[in-house]
Ligand binder design. Structure first.
Ligand SMILES: N[C@@H](CCC(=O)N[C@@H](CS)C(=O)NCC(=O)O)C(=O)O
Length: 213
């Protein structure tokens, strides 16, 4: 049995959506950050990094969004979540890598400044730096999507890059960034609305208690 450990609204939303897209049965195991469940012994025995997502597949454990998303796409090829064309394959991987090393890390400077500084002044500086970095990468995503002729991020077809980008879109409208997404990021918002029309996405959003774009 597949089990996804997720926390509502966290980056685990992307594999949560991808799992729904596969149509396979899975268990969604909710981890409460408010109760610090990601730091408890049970969770740490699965993922010593203390982070979601964690995908458990019959004894095999995989973490890190790019790896989890690719694993799901490869394991369930009929869902068509990974492009076959070499250029679209590279584009999909490029989005996943940039998401985890660029967008996520910029955001973490705001949401988790304690990782990067030990004093209150240092943390405030990290948050300010994170705000500039996040705006820069959010703007870059908008520019790329606006220049694309396709509805989907990696090419002609929907892929795991789309729910990953969608997850960052939801962070843009969230309290830490509080961007006016439709006004400032219209191409990304059009993308998020197209993603949000998919039944799999609606099911995952409903389970996590999140609003549609
Ligand atoms: N590099 C990891 C990052 C995972 C990560 O930072 N997850 C966050 C949620 S978005 C988390 O579990 N945070 C809990 C914590 O920092 O205590 C990935 O891309 O999957």
């Amino acid at each position: 049995m597949l089990r996804l450990f997720y926390s509502p609204g966290a980056c685990s939303l992307a594999p949560h959506i991808a799992l729904e897209e596969t149509g396979e049965p899975f268990e969604a195991a909710r981890i409460s950050f408010a109760a610090s469940e990601q730091k408890g012994p049970d969770f740490l025995s699965l993922n010593p990094k203390g982070r979601v997502p964690v995908l458990f597949d019959d004894g095999f454990v995989v973490t890190e969004n790019p790896a989890v998303l690719r694993y799901l796409a490869r394991k369930f090829p009929n869902a068509g979540l990974w492009p076959e064309d070499p250029q679209e394959d590279a584009r999909c991987l490029e989005w996943l890598a940039w998401g985890s090393s660029g967008l996520h890390v910029a955001y973490a400077h705001i949401r988790r400044s304690e990782r990067y500084a030990g004093t209150e002044a240092g943390k405030a500086d990290v948050v300010e730096t994170g705000r500039r970095a996040a705006r820069d990468v959010w703007d870059q995503v908008e520019t790329r999507l606006a220049a694309s002729a396709s509805t989907w991020a990696a090419g002609r077809r929907y892929s795991v890059a789309d729910p990953y980008l969608f997850t960052f879109w939801t962070w843009g409208r969230g309290p830490n960034l509080a961007y006016d997404m439709p006004r400032d990021f219209p191409a990304w918002t059009a993308h998020a609305r197209a993603v949000g029309e998919r039944p799999a996405v609606r099911r995952a959003l409903e389970r996590e208690g999140l609003a549609l774009p």
